[in-house]
Each structure stands twice: as structure tokens, then as C-alpha cells.
Design a protein around this ligand. Structure first.
Ligand code: AMP
Ligand code: MG
Length: 497
């Protein structure tokens, strides 16, 4: 059998310490076939599309063949799930084949998700159904196109086997690409075992892999905490600005690289309401839209706990230093959040009452049950002198903008814009770059999943194409911009594990 080099692996994690993982090959599947291959990402990674369009490529993407240079492992981690401590989680259905480094020198994990049981599977089957795989593929790629740091989807294949959930469903495997899969929970796994040596190893690895500028910091673990927190701040502010609700912000789903990871019951908010929750298992609304910033801070406090022992030998000093970093979260978040929402309003300077201006608009939207995405997108048409070429999605924004409360707010906004000294064109430009026309709407995602479950991948392909350019109106694609009709509204999402 010829051994083509699909990936030019250059593995580092597997060489750090055997404690970090278990060797684990993917479990073969019966009859793989391609659902989607991400040509753009293949190229960005410096790989060859044609290599993946062969039997060999399909065999690798389905876990039926281990590509040359791979050192397949399942990584160990722990985590707080909905606030409850679980000392051992780990990759229960994912196998990390290895790492590659692209032309720009960036290192990426290549992981098969749904590749069979591992020592961390607990009672799970190690598999994934086609629905969640399609959901993760489409939503993570949409996030990337929206400019949000995220894991990516290189390919999705169906396995030819069924998985048992509430019903029997076709199985699938996602090839996930990430700048790393190291989580807060990875640190927690070793901190809980008082394994300071491994915490040190991990700290050094994360610094050299993600934050090389911190190598010379006076206290690298403390600097790592501060930088990871900053990345989380930026990430969550970004999520808030596009109405993304992650749904399972457990510490094992919190990346130390600052990327969005683990697309389970995630969803984009249609109608704006700060307490929106989609996840069917989030009974206490822990991970509601408005709670995402404070949960991220809580997750960072857990990372801080893991690093205390190597921040300072003096426990009190370590605690104080770490606490100071954690306490910086709200102010940093507010700054990042305001900056994003100013842009959504076409504002480019910082002024005193901006926070109130933004908050008041959100309240108006909430009171009128407005669609978050479309209302912001159409706001640019409310400038006095604009002839915005904004797509008229079917929605009720017109009557909202005619309301006297909204009109009063618009006058304040107009006055505020005058103080920016920007041209209308420049304002519209900022607004269009920060208010997407297209997001992966839940009801559309459900439609492509239903089709994919019947082996029809065309709708998924079309949706991916629209979402690859989310800030630009595309002819004849209004359906993707429309808020759901009453009977299309998705009220709950399931992680599908
Ligand atoms: P998640 O909610 O996807 O972040 O998963 C939480 C934990 O459950 C992780 O340790 C996963 O690896 C594990 N897990 C989820 N689904 C399965 C499955 N079908 N089989 C085995 N482990 C799973
Ligand atoms: Mg997870």
C-alpha cells in the first residue's frame, strides 16, 4: 500500500510527557464517504486538495488508515461541568493524529472527532452523529469567516455505521483543526493531582506555542494567566457582539489559546434577549448570553488556581498576584465590549456616554423583540443621508425604527455621530464590517442537518458558501438573512452526544 504524505507531521505534544495522553488509534468504520472537504482551509494549511480526494485520503479522514508521521493520541483533561468538578474527562471520542506547521510557521493540531472509543470515553461510544458534525462544521466555519478565533473544520465524512442516540442515526467524523486543543481543564487535570512538574511543562509549552512573547516575562506563569485572560476577554466580547451563545462553557471547553472550541448546543440568538439560553441541558441558565463574560472570568479563576504553585512559592503572594489578574477581567471586558459595539453603531472614537447609548438601544430591541442581527445590520439605513444598499430581509425593523422611542434614540445617535467627524461612507463601512448580514441561523442549520441526515449535502454546501462572506449582501440569498417564522423558531439545541 503506497503511503502518500497527506500531512507533514511535526508533533510536539506527544513528546512532552506520556502523562498528558494515552496512545490511541482511531477505530475503523465500515463504509466512509465524503460529506464535505474544506478546500480553502486545505490550501491555507499548505496541504493538497487532490490528496484528500483519493481513497487514501478518505481512509485517513475516516480513521481507517493512519497517515504516515501521525502519532495518534487521546489527551487527558479534567473540568468543571456546569460548575461541578469532574477529575477525569479527556478526549472520549477524539483522536489527535498529530501537528503540522504551515508556511507562516503556525502550528495546528489535526484531530478526528468521532473516531471511536478511548480510555476517556466513560460510558460513551466514542462516536458522533452526522447532525452534530454538520453543525460543528458549518458553525465553526461561519465563526472563522465572521473573524472569530475558532477551531476549524477540514473535512466531514460519514462512516457508513449508525450511532445510537435517542434514535439510530448515521455516524460521521469531523476533522478538526486547532492552534491547539489545550484547555483550562488540561491544567486542572494535573493541578488536581498536585503534579507541579507537568503544570510547568504545560505552561512552557503553551507559552512557546501560543505566546512566545512571554518567554522573557519576569513571571511567565503569571504572564500566561494575564494573557490567557486577555484572549478570553477578546473572544467573549466578540461572541457578544454577534449574538453567539456557546452553551457549554465548562472549563474543559475553555481554550488557553483563546479560540472558540467545542460546538455542542451552541446557537446564534435570533430575537435579542440577554437571558437567552438554547442548550436543553442548561437548566439553571448558567451559560445564558448575558452570563458568558462572568463565566469566562470564573473559568480563568480556575486556571489561576492551577498556576498558583508556580507563580510564587509564597502562597499568599501567589494568591494576591493571581487575584489581581482575575480582578482585571470586568474592566478589560467592558473596554473590549464597548469597542465592538461602538463599531456596530458606526462610531470610531470613545466618548463618555457611549455605554448608555449602546445599552439603551439593546433595551429598545429587547422590548420590541427585535432580531439582533438584522436590526443592527439595518441600523445603517437610519442615518439621515445614507443610501445604504442593505438587503431588505423580511422582518419588522421598519415599524421598530418608526416608533417614537426608537426615533428619540436615533436622534441621540445622530448627535453622537456628529462628534465623530466621520463621513457617512466611513460610518456605513464600519457598520457593515461589524454587523453581519448572515449568521448560521438555527432554523437553517436544522434544515441542512435534516438534509445531510438523508445524505443530501447540497444545502450544507450552499449555506457554507453564503456564510463564507457574512458581511456582504449576496444576490438571491435573502433566505439566509431572514429571521425564522414563528413555526421555524428553534428554542432548544442538543449537544447530541
Ligand atoms: P463535550 O460536552 O462535547 O465537551 O464533552 C464532554 C466530555 O464527554 C468529553 O470528555 C468528551 O470527550 C466526552 N464525550 C462526549 N461525547 C462522547 C461520546 N459519544 N463518547 C465518548 N465520550 C464522549
Ligand atoms: Mg468538550
Amino acid at each position: 500500500m503506497s503511503q502518500q504524505t497527506l500531512f507533514d507531521f511535526d508533533n510536539s505534544y506527544v513528546n512532552l510527557s506520556p502523562k498528558l495522553f494515552s496512545n490511541q488509534s482511531p477505530t475503523p468504520v465500515s463504509n466512509p464517504s465524503m460529506i464535505a472537504l474544506n478546500h480553502t482551509l486545505v490550501e491555507q494549511l499548505g496541504l493538497n486538495t487532490s490528496d484528500f480526494q483519493t481513497d487514501e485520503g478518505l481512509a485517513v479522514l475516516s480513521g481507517n488508515r493512519i497517515p504516515s508521521g501521525a502519532e495518534p493520541i487521546a489527551t487527558a483533561y479534567a473540568g468543571h461541568q456546569f460548575g461541578n468538578w469532574v477529575p477525569q474527562l479527556g478526549d472520549g471520542r477524539a483522536v489527535l493524529l498529530g501537528e503540522i506547521v504551515n508556511k507562516e510557521g503556525t502550528r495546528y493540531d489535526i484531530q478526528l472527532k468521532g473516531a471511536g472509543p478511548t480510555p476517556y470515553s466513560r460510558n460513551g461510544d466514542g462516536r458522533a452523529a452526522v447532525g452534530p458534525v454538520v453543525r460543528e462544521y458549518v458553525v465553526s466555519e461561519a465563526m472563522a469567516a465572521l473573524g472569530v478565533p475558532t477551531t476549524r473544520a477540514l473535512a466531514a465524512v460519514s462512516t457508513g455505521d449508525t450511532v445510537r442516540r435517542e434514535t439510530l442515526l448515521p455516524g460521521a467524523i469531523l476533522t478538526r483543526v486547532a492552534s491547539s486543543h489545550i484547555r483550562v481543564g488540561t491544567f486542572q487535570f494535573f493541578a488536581a493531582r498536585r503534579d507541579t512538574e507537568t503544570i510547568k511543562l504545560l505552561t512552557d509549552h503553551v507559552i512557546s506555542r501560543h505566546y512566545p512573547q512571554l518567554r522573557d516575562a519576569s513571571n511567565p506563569p503569571l504572564a500566561l494567566l494575564a494573557e490567557t485572560l486577555k484572549q478570553q476577554v477578546e473572544l467573549i466580547a466578540h461572541w457578544q457582539s454577534i449574538g453567539f451563545i456557546h452553551g457549554v462553557m465548562n472549563t474543559d471547553n475553555a481554550s488557553v489559546a483563546g479560540i472558540t472550541i467545542d460546538y455542542g448546543p451552541c446557537a446564534f440568538m435570533d430575537t435579542y434577549h440577554p437571558s437567552t439560553v438554547f442548550s436543553s441541558i442548561d437548566h439553571a441558565s448558567r451559560y445564558a448570553y448575558q452570563n458568558q463574560p462572568s463565566i469566562a472570568q470564573w473559568n480563568m479563576a480556575n486556571l489561576a488556581q492551577c498556576l498558583l504553585a508556580i507563580i510564587d512559592e509564597d502562597e499568599d503572594k501567589a494568591l494576591q498576584a493571581a487575584q489581581d489578574v482575575i480582578d482585571s477581567f470586568p474592566a478589560l471586558f467592558s473596554e473590549s465590549y464597548l469597542s465592538r459595539f461602538r463599531h456596530k453603531l458606526g462610531l470610531s472614537t470613545e466618548q463618555e456616554n457611549d455605554e448608555k447609548l449602546i445599552a439603551d438601544f439593546l433595551v429598545l430591541m429587547q422590548e420590541s423583540h427585535m432580531d439582533f442581527t438584522n436590526t443592527f445590520r439595518q441600523l445603517s439605513t437610519q442615518m439621515d443621508d445614507v443610501q445604504a444598499n442593505t438587503l431588505q430581509a423580511q422582518n419588522n425593523t421598519d415599524s421598530f425604527f418608526e416608533k417614537s422611542e426608537t426615533q428619540q434614540w436615533i436622534s441621540r445617535w445622530h448627535a453622537r455621530m456628529q462628534r465623530d467627524n466621520n463621513s457617512t461612507e466611513a460610518r456605513v463601512e464600519i457598520m457593515h464590517q461589524n454587523n453581519p448580514a448572515y449568521i448560521p441561523r438555527n432554523h437553517k442549520v436544522e434544515q441542512i442537518i435534516a438534509a445531510a441526515t438523508e445524505q443530501n449535502y447540497k444545502p450544507m454546501e450552499q449555506m457554507l458558501s453564503v456564510l463564507s462572506n457574512p458581511y456582504k449582501e449576496q444576490p438571491n440569498m435573502q433566505a439566509y438573512a431572514q429571521a425564522p417564522n414563528e413555526d421555524e423558531i428553534v428554542r432548544a439545541t442538543f449537544c447530541g452526544t
